[in-house]
Every structure is written in C-alpha cells, then in structure tokens.
Write a protein that binds this ligand. Structure first.
Ligand code: ZN
Length: 317
C-alpha cells in the first residue's frame, strides 16, 4: 500500500474566480509532484494528483482539489465520504485502486452536503454501483437549480443518476468494516443539509464544511446556512469529540480537538464583535474597513477573506 503524505494543505474552493483557478491548479501540481509515486505517474500521467494519508484502522484521508475525502477500506469493501469535483473522479479511482486493489468501486458514497466540490463524483460512482447517501436537503438542492450569489455561481439541476438514493432526516447509522458510523445532521450551518460523520470505534470524524481549518468559513446563506447555526454545530461536535479524536475538516489539513476549539473561539469572538458593532449602528462597510484586528489576520488567508466573513455575519442577523 502506498501512503503519500500531503504537501499542500490549503483549502481549495469552488468559489475561486475562474481566472485564478489555472494558476492555483498549476501551483498545486507543482507543489505535489514530489508526492506522486513513479508507478502512479507512469500509469496516470494525465490525472491530477490525489494525496492519501492513513488515519487509523480502515480509514484514510484523500485530498485532491475540492473537499477532503475519507475512505474506509476493509473486509466489507469500500465506503467514501465526499468525492471532490466531477473532473477528479478518475484521479480518485486511481488513488482508491491503490488502496483497495482492483475492485475499487465503493459500495457506499456519503455526501456531507450538496456543494459541487464534495459531490462531483456522485454520478461516476453511482454508475459503478455505489449507493449514494445524504441528508434529504442534499437531494432536494441537487434536484433543483441553485443560485449562489455570494459566489456568483448558478448550478443547474444534477442528473438524476447523481442524486442520493438513500436520504435521512436527523441521523443515520451505518455499520461497515467493523465500525459503527453515526451520520448526524446539523441544521442551518454551512448549508441546510450538513452532516458530520462519526466513526465511533476508530474515533475519527469527518466534519464536511462545518470545519475550514484555520480559515474563516464559507457560510452559504442562500442554501439555508447561517453563522449562529454554524457555531452551534461546531459546539455540538466539540461536545462529542475528545483529545484523541482525529478530525477531518472539509478543507485543510488533519485536525485535533484543540484545532476545533481554536476554530470555535475565532467564530464566537469575531461574530460577537461584528454583531455588537452592527447593533450600535455601524455599517457593514465601516466594520470591514476597520477590520477585525491583527489577531485574526491569518484566518482570512483562504478563499473567504475578512470582509466576506463579516458580510456572512451581517447577513445572518
Ligand atoms: Zn461546502
């Protein structure tokens, strides 16, 4: 089994302006070239890189261009959580074949939410026999045209074959490869269809986009997200994890409970500060102009800068 440690840990976003994507893409390829094994490079020269990191037991994290992916590989077969952009499917197939051997088709594909940097491979894997599972709001949003004004994007309805075929409301239990998975929905956070997947035996959690490690989050208010709901979800996850839990964020590198506490701290302090200023009559523009202070500068280094984060807080009031 080849284990390739990630070199690039930046969050890659669906929201990047199209003009910036080729540059970033080139940068990622350049940064990652050292991590491609010769065999993989020989066989799949044309494929984008997917880095694989062993977590614990049957679990692995895979990182390409979009949201982080977790794979469970064991006696029951293969299960994956999220699957990046649609044009990454062949690269993931190669990476999963490295992990699981020739029969690398997942039996189950779980979606943490509907965004296209997390569910882009649904059709590819469903065509190969996977059962796609998600919260009912994921199926509903993928079924309909979606406008994302904050990202200046419009998404046409997904093909029927890409839609989740098993949907749930509050939670779902799945028993696979010797572990008991608890898939818990959190309302009105990043979207209205966010799920966190708890691998209870392995003590690994995939948080989807309820966690952008060390970065201000994207809160998709047009998809039913809200900053207060987002904070409540992060608090709820913190109550369930311990110091040994391995936390996989939607974007960014592997994280610990301490990282998630730091994230919650940022969310609470910055949103309270902005809310206070709004209540005192300050405009969003004036708050953005003044800034949040030096303590939070590095959090704006991802695709959500400080002004955008302030606007999410204001639009959640
Ligand atoms: Zn998302």
């Amino acid at each position: 089994m080849k284990i390739i440690m990630p070199l690039a840990t930046a969050a890659f976003s669906p929201a990047l302006p199209a003009t910036r994507r080729p540059l970033l893409w080139a940068a990622l390829l350049f940064a990652s070239v050292a991590s491609v094994t010769p065999a993989l490079a020989d066989n799949h020269e044309e494929l984008p890189d997917v880095t694989t990191t062993a977590l614990t037991g049957t679990l692995h994290m895979l990182q390409g261009r979009g949201g982080n992916v977790v794979a469970s590989v064991g006696d029951d077969g293969l299960l994956i959580i999220d699957n990046d952009y649609d044009n990454m499917a062949l690269a993931y197939e190669a990476a999963l074949t490295d992990l699981a051997g020739a029969d690398a088709n997942p039996l189950f594909v779980l979606n943490t939410h509907w965004h296209f940097d997390h569910v882009g491979g649904n059709l590819f894997w469903a065509d190969r026999g996977a059962v796609v599972v998600a919260h009912s709001n994921v199926r509903q949003r993928m079924s309909m045209r979606q406008e994302m004004p904050a990202m200046n994007r419009v998404l046409e309805p997904s093909p029927v074959g890409a839609l989740p075929v098993v949907t749930f409301g509050d939670s779902l239990a799945l028993h696979f490869n010797g572990d008991d998975l608890e898939v818990q929905h959190y309302a009105a956070g990043h979207t209205d269809g966010d799920s966190v997947v708890y691998f209870t035996a392995e003590n690994v959690v995939h948080m989807g986009d309820l966690f952008f490690k060390d970065r201000f989050p994207f809160v998709d208010i047009g998809s039913g997200g809200s900053v207060p709901g987002y904070i409540a979800a992060v608090q709820a996850v913190l109550e369930r994890v311990d110091g040994s839990t391995v936390i996989v964020p939607g974007h960014g590198s592997l994280a610990s409970r301490a990282d998630l506490e730091s994230y919650l701290n940022m969310l609470q302090i910055t949103s309270a500060a902005v809310s206070e200023k709004l209540a005192a009559g300050e405009s969003v523009e004036a708050i953005a102009e003044a800034g949040l202070g030096d303590a939070w500068t590095t959090w704006g280094g991802g695709f959500i800068n400080e002004a955008t984060w302030i606007s999410f807080i204001a639009n959640s009031q």
